[in-house]
Design a protein around this ligand. Structure first.
Ligand code: AQP
Length: 338
């Protein structure tokens, strides 16, 4: 029997960026053949930041199309929307009782906001509780592993702690402990500012499906070697975001090596390196962009995929929830005993 894995994407912005792709989606696509896979759109999580109905609906549609166009195959995986499986919210309410407040205060989703100067009083409880909902998302399916970017490691670790706490309380192994599956090379793709993780909210992304004028602007504006003033100055390749992106995106490895060699010697301009990256991006994502157009034109089919996925997910999720209810003393059987 295949081991099970599960992962999700939050529709909090317009679409996926290359950090999401190389850090999470690409490995998830590759795992479809080896594992029993559950992938979902974490639309309830988006409520922490998106408060406009049309924007939310639009974000959800965009991410669904992105995800499918990038290679998620509904023949191989169960693909669904979190909000269509009520057990996610139900289990989150329960798991909150096995989660220490002190530990929640150390979660980075919350701490990042504080560091950005946001006042505690203006942080909504959805954001504060988001790692608990994420624990519910995961534990419902009792997966062996969760393929995510490095930024999510802490949340998977919290999930393990909650599961352990629950199991210990009832002296029963209801939840197996899931492993974070993080890519060594691509678990944290740096943003175009060259400093921080590529993130929608930091506006340091390179898109995948955006209009090419936007992607060109994103690439042309990318941070490179700050000590290099003229194209004839020898440049630094290691840790230079433009070469990190070439290594990820450009499938012509000879071209990448040639550009690196010339860059080190001061024989190529930043502009040329960036233009070659734009060309490589166009080539790399050409098929996915076409597939996305086709899916968009046939959205009815996409909805059918999601409805079927929700039915399949519900079967597992309901089973786990019933087991949890029973373990707690909320189950049908325990009340019948009285
Ligand atoms: N820069 C990144 N490098 C590697 N992996 C990344 N992921 C996100 N950014 C990077 C991974 O992508 C998956 C989906 O992430 P999400 O939907 O939870 O979005 P996110 O992490 O919140 O992405 P952003 O762009 O950083 O969004 P904002 O700015 O709204 O917080 C996850 O597996 C994530 O690890």
């Amino acid at each position: 029997m295949k081991q099970r894995i599960l992962s999700g994407i939050t529709p909090s912005g317009k679409g996926l960026h290359i950090g999401n792709y190389f850090g999470a989606v690409k490995p998830q696509v590759e795992l479809q053949d080896k594992y029993e896979t559950y992938y979902f759109i974490a639309d309830l999580h988006a409520l922490t930041t998106v408060k406009d109905k049309e924007t939310l609906e639009n974000n959800i549609r965009e991410v669904i199309l992105d995800y499918l166009a990038l290679g998620l195959d509904p023949q191989k995986c169960v693909f669904f929307r979190q909000s269509q499986v009520p057990a996610h919210a139900q289990l989150a309410v329960i798991l909150a009782n096995y989660t220490p407040y002190g530990q929640m205060k150390r979660m980075h989703a919350f701490k990042d906001k504080l560091q950005k100067g946001v006042k505690v009083v203006s942080i909504n409880m959805g954001l504060f509780n988001y790692p608990i909902l994420m624990a519910a998302d995961i534990l419902l399916y009792k997966p062996y592993g969760v393929p995510v970017g490095a930024d999510q490691k802490q949340h998977v670790e919290l999930t393990r702690d909650i599961a352990e706490n629950f199991n210990r309380t009832y002296e029963k192994k209801v939840f197996p402990l899931p492993k974070p599956l993080i890519q060594k090379e691509t678990g944290r793709v740096v943003g175009t500012d060259g400093k921080r993780k590529m993130s929608k909210s930091l506006q340091n992304t390179i898109g995948i499906f955006e209009d090419y004028r936007i992607i060109e602007r994103q690439i042309m504006g990318c941070f490179t070697d700050p000590n290099r003033i003229h194209p004839t100055d020898p440049g630094k390749v290691e840790g230079n975001p433009i070469f990190i992106y070439h290594d990820l995106i450009n499938q012509d490895k000879d071209e990448v090596e040639e550009l690196k060699r010339r860059y080190r010697k001061g024989q190529v301009s930043d502009i040329e390196v960036k233009k070659r990256l734009i060309a490589a991006h166009k080539l790399r994502f050409k098929t996915a962009r076409q597939r996305r157009q086709e899916l968009k034109a046939n959205y009815q089919l996409v909805e059918e995929i999601l409805a079927k996925g929700a039915q399949q997910a519900k079967r597992i999720a309901q089973q786990t929830l019933a087991e949890v209810y029973f373990t707690l003393g909320l189950g049908k059987d325990s009340s019948q005993k009285r």
